[in-house]
Structures are given as C-alpha cells and as structure tokens.
Design a protein around this ligand. Structure first.
Ligand SMILES: *Cc1c(COP(=O)(O)O)cnc(C)c1O
Length: 396
C-alpha cells in the first residue's frame, strides 16, 4: 500500500516494504540466491534469475520509485552504471544537449565513449535558455541536466528544459544526486529519467557505491528494465540493503546538514580570504529564485574560492575536521578539490572554461556541530593569513 497521504519523512519509513510478509521482520531480508526454483515447466515464477530480478534489490527499486513519485525504479552497481545504462536508451546518430559543468565521470562517458558509438553532444550553460535552444539539432534526443551542478552549484530550471525537450521530441535526464527526492522531484517538473549516485546522500555513510534510476512512463520503464537486465550492471543485495537503511534517515540528515551549510555559506561569504561562495541558499546566488521555486531547499553542498592555489593548499593542509576526499553527501563533512578529484577527467582547458579553477574547493557538509566547523575553518584561515604576511615581508 502506498501511503501517499503521509508526508515524505513518514514515507521514508512506512512503505510497502516496512514489514516482511513472510516473517514480520521490520528490516528487508537480504536474499542472496542467484537463482530460483521453478515449480512449473511452462510458467516461471516472478523471480527466476538474480540479474533479472531479486527481492532485496526490488524493495529498493520500489522505495526510490515511490519517493521520486515515479512508476518504476532501477538499482545499479554505481551512479555511473545508472547513468551509462540510461544513455543506452540512445542510438547511433542521436545528439544530446548536456550541461557544461556536469559530473566528471558523466563528461568522460559522453566525450570518450558515446562519441565513439556515434552519439554526439553539445555542452551548454543550462542556466541560459537561449543557449540551450540554439544547441538543438534535428537529431537531438536527450537533454541532460544536473542541478545544482557540480561543483559550481548552478541551478537549471527543470520545468523549462523539460518543456523544450518535449517540444523537441527528446527525453530529459536529471541527475538528482545533490538534492534527492527529499528536496527535488524532477519527474513532477516534467523530467523523464531521474538518476542518482546513491553513494552520496541517499545512503549517506560513505560505505556503499550504488546508483539508481527512476522513470514515470510504462514504455520507458520497459526499455530501461530491458537495458538493466541486458547490460547487467545491477546492484548487489548487501549494497541494496545498505542503501535501504540509509534512506530511512535521509530527511533528518539532509535537514541538519543543510542548516549547517547555510551557516557555513554565510560565514564564508563574509570572510575576507574567501573570493566567492557558490551556494543556491544565498540570496546573492544568480538562480536563487529558481532554486526556491523548484526545490524544497538548497541542499548541503557548496563550493568556494580562495585567492589562489597556494592559499587553498595552506587552508586544506590546516583544516582538521572534514575529510579531504572524493565524494559528498555523507555524515562526515567532506572537502574535495574538483580540479584533481571529481573533475580530473576533464582537461584543464575545459575545466577553466567552465570556471572550475585551481583555487576552487567543494564542501559537503556533514553532521558535525556547525560551530565546530566554523572554529576549525577559522584557525585554518589564520594559517593562510600568516603565510601571506610572511610572503609580503619577504617581498619588502
Ligand atoms: C558521484 C556522482 C556521480 C557518480 O556516481 P558513482 O556512484 O560514483 O558512480 C554522478 N553524478 C553526481 C552528481 C555525483 O556526485
């Protein structure tokens, strides 16, 4: 039974898989079997082989479909497996219009794999609707959106792009990793395929790599289901269970992290050593209003720039609480360096064209006390200041 009358927070816990019908267990059982006995020679049961369907993975697929307000969910072995499988909906001769500061792995798939298979692309600044329209070709079959974008937190108007896509006869793909259905429901805004790196906020504990896709259309569901089974990059059952467990606390984690992210964004925005803060929760953000209209919140990821790479190096060498790592969306705060991490797959010239400079750092805010984070950042900034003073004295 779908509890659509209840709020999102309640539905995170009370869905059709809240109790195992066979035992009453309140946690979804992990079904390891790779194959299932068929009692009828002519007619096989619902489950036959683990790649095609598995009850644990199916539970996660049902849960994400319900939370995104979609018809059918699919779980994959990573976010990139979900994204790459969704790209297989396209054929040689097709063209994609894609947001320019897309996740580095997606950039790599589009530029180095799809191009080789005859699927062409045009990168655009998706905040510029005219640029999007100008990029349309007779063979444009998909618009690929990431919002807020990684790592510059640009916000794309999902409704506007979906409308253009419909007029063009193309599909709209939205990578919803940063906000999750807790804050943003792309299908309700007109998108056709929602994609997730469930490695991030959905699971939330830096302990599983997983991907999800959700569609809202019977025919698309059939095609994507065929590709999931055909390509075979499915999520394993232990990992499906970890994502299911993470999802139960999604809303409280995200709310708390977002509160702290807002505080940190304001702190950084006022700090003299910070040149720029990219966070759609700040009123100064160029797409602040679009974000407010289409999402329940700005999320818990932001990025900021210092004066130069050297200042950033000193800051990162002295900051103590956040881990310095690839990834985001975890209980612990994570600082990452897009130029050498998430966007290392993008050549330097391409990165700089997109504004991903060597002095840009991304912060995914976790569940630490926000005052502790500010205290930590402040002492790291003092090191940057001291170093600048020493350098200035050396000059004179
Ligand atoms: C991490 C990430 C991906 C890739 O997901 P994996 O689980 O690492 O394969 C895709 N999109 C965004 C926005 C991401 O942050």
């Amino acid at each position: 039974m779908a509890h659509e009358e209840f709020s999102f927070e309640t539905r995170l816990l009370h869905n059709k898989h809240k109790v195992d019908p066979a035992t009453g267990a309140v946690s979804v059982p992990i079904q390891h079997a790779s194959t299932f006995h068929q009692s009828d020679f002519d007619q096989f049961g619902k489950y036959d082989y683990g790649r095609s369907l598995n009850p644990t993975r199916e539970a996660l697929e049902d849960v994400i479909a319900e939370l995104e307000g979609g018809l059918k969910g699919f779980a994959f072995s990573s976010g990139m497996a979900a994204i790459s499988t969704a790209f297989l909906l396209l054929s040689a001769g097709d063209h994609i219009v894609i947001t320019e500061d897309v996740y580095g792995g997606t950039f790599r798939m589009v530029t180095e794999v799809l191009s080789r298979l005859g699927v062409d692309h045009t990168f655009v600044d998706m905040t510029n609707i005219d640029e999007v329209k100008q990029a349309i070709q007779h063979n444009t079959k998909a618009f690929y959106v990431e919002t807020p974008s990684n790592p510059l937190m640009k916000v794309t108007d999902i409704k506007a792009i979906s409308l253009i896509a419909k007029e063009t006869g193309a599909l709209t793909f939205v990578d919803n990793t940063f906000l999750t259905p807790s804050y943003q429901k792309p299908l309700e805004l007109g998108a056709d395929v929602v994609l997730h790196s469930a490695t991030k906020f959905l699971s939330g504990h830096s302990d599983v790599v997983a991907g999800l896709a959700v569609v809202n259309d019977e025919d698309l569901a059939k095609r994507l289901g065929f590709l999931q089974n055909g390509f075979g990059a499915i999520l394993g059952v232990q990992d499906a269970w970890l994502v299911l467990r993470g999802i139960k606390t999604l809303h409280v984690r995200l709310e708390q992290s977002q509160k702290s992210a807002m505080k940190l964004a304001e702190y950084l925005n006022a700090h003299p050593l910070v040149e720029k803060v990219h966070y759609p929760g700040l009123e100064s953000h160029p797409q602040y209003q679009i974000q407010k209209d289409q999402a329940g919140g700005p999320g818990a990821v932001l990025s900021f720039e210092l004066a130069n790479e050297d200042a950033l190096r000193t800051f990162l060498a002295n900051v103590k609480i956040p881990v310095f790592a690839v990834s985001l969306g975890a209980v612990e705060s994570i600082l990452s360096y897009p130029a050498k991490m998430s966007h290392a797959a993008m050549p330097q010239a391409e990165r700089e064209k997109r504004g991903i400079t060597n002095s840009l750092v991304r912060l995914s805010v976790g569940l630490e006390n926000s005052d502790d984070l500010i205290k930590d950042f402040s002492q790291a900034f003092r090191h940057v200041e001291q170093k600048q003073l020493v350098l200035q004295q050396g000059d004179s």
